[in-house]
Ligand binder design. Structure first.
Ligand code: HEM
Length: 324
């Protein structure tokens, strides 16, 4: 236990370098399987998808979510099946996501106006992290309610924040994204959703940020429903499983893209998240050139994640927007 820090995906990654990509740890009274390689993650989330489709009963979730009466932490069974069905066929269906297009556009336009108003105060410096937090909360609140807000805001915020951090640290990539977006939306006041399909370089950048900084680095815990064999090891029923997406994204040999999980418990909010992240990012880089506040260099930026289930950067991001 003492070897696991407040940023567990990083300490577990270090431990896996020493003990291998499949570790069975006794964490206090809980037997926990830690998975850090793409091939084993595939075995658990694809080959044995059903066996590992449950979630452990976590004390915090029991208290905060009225005895696990939500979807994300519900054990596998009839309640989860029904809730998930309602969610994917109604709340988060493609049709529903398209119907929120106006909400997204309005909120992104408000964000751009807010930044333009702010940039004359405070030596031109704005707190990008707070602006993005307001955006993701407002879009989620106006679109869907309930535990989706928690699942959706922190994660989309973390992704957008990391995108801006990586772009500011990689000016050549920022210029390429800007020239793609500005070329496609040339002459328009803002980037509209219909242009997003053409922004292939920006989409690739978002994917790369998801690989390096998955907003849920230790995919929500799973629990096995029966005994099972993973590689040559016998894994008993009710073993808790932590899949380290952060470590897997850094596996140079056999990279497996799982920032949203996989199998029957895969994140049902992927389209919802991508829609708002792409629209917000495209407009941020279309309308402004961004630079670091004076006296701060990109090399000196702290790249630590926060110690939470979802991991935006520990430090808030402050930047200077220059309207073009
Ligand atoms: C960048 C944004 C997001 C990321 C990276 C992300 C990631 C994840 C991950 C890793 C899981 C666990 C999957 C597994 O166990 O295999 C998950 C589950 C979930 N996500 Fe997301 N998520 C994001 C956005 C959203 C949004 C916008 C919503 C809703 C509007 C949402 C709703 C959920 C729900 C309800 C679950 C639980 C599914 C279940 O247990 O059946 N997520 N997400």
């Amino acid at each position: 236990m003492h070897q696991i820090s407040l940023i567990p995906h990083r300490s577990l990654f270090e431990l896996s370098k020493k003990h291998g990509p499949l570790m069975l740890l006794q964490l206090s009274s809980i037997l926990t399987l830690v998975v850090s390689s793409p091939s084993t993650a595939r075995e658990i989330m694809r080959t044995h998808d059903l066996i590992f489709a449950s979630r452990p009963s976590l004390k915090a979730a029991r208290i905060l979510l009225y005895n696990n009466n939500d979807m994300a932490f519900a054990p596998y069974g009839e309640y989860w099946r029904q809730t998930r069905k309602i969610c994917v066929t109604n709340l988060l269906s493609l049709k529903m996501i398209q119907s929120f297009s106006l909400v997204r556009m309005e909120e992104v336009s408000l964000m751009i106006k807010r930044i333009a108003r702010m940039d004359s105060a405070n030596n031109g410096v704005v707190c990008v992290s707070e602006i993005l937090n307001t955006l993701t909360c407002d879009v989620l609140c106006k679109s869907i309610l309930g535990d989706m807000i928690v699942a959706g805001t922190d994660t989309s915020l973390a992704l957008l924040d990391w995108c801006m951090v990586e772009l500011i640290r990689n000016p050549t990539v920022m210029e390429k994204v800007q020239s793609e977006v500005r070329g496609i939306a040339y002459g328009e006041e803002k980037v509209r959703e219909e242009y997003l399909g053409k922004l292939s370089y920006m989409k690739a950048v978002i994917k790369e940020v998801l690989r390096l900084h998955p907003p849920v680095p230790l995919i929500l815990p799973r629990e096995s429903l029966q005994d099972c064999q993973i590689q040559e090891y016998n894994i008993p029923k009710k073993t808790r499983v932590l899949i380290n997406a952060w470590a897997i994204g850094r596996d140079g040999h056999d990279f497996h893209y799982i920032p949203f999980g996989a199998g029957r418990r895969i994140c049902p909010g992927i389209q919802f998240a991508i829609a708002i992240v792409e629209l917000a990012l495209a407009n941020l880089v279309y309308r402004f050139n961004w630079k670091l506040p004076s006296g701060i260099s990109s090399d000196g930026m702290d790249m630590e994640d926060s110690a939470r289930i979802t991991t935006p950067r520990k430090e808030k991001l402050y930047l200077v927007p220059l309207a073009i």
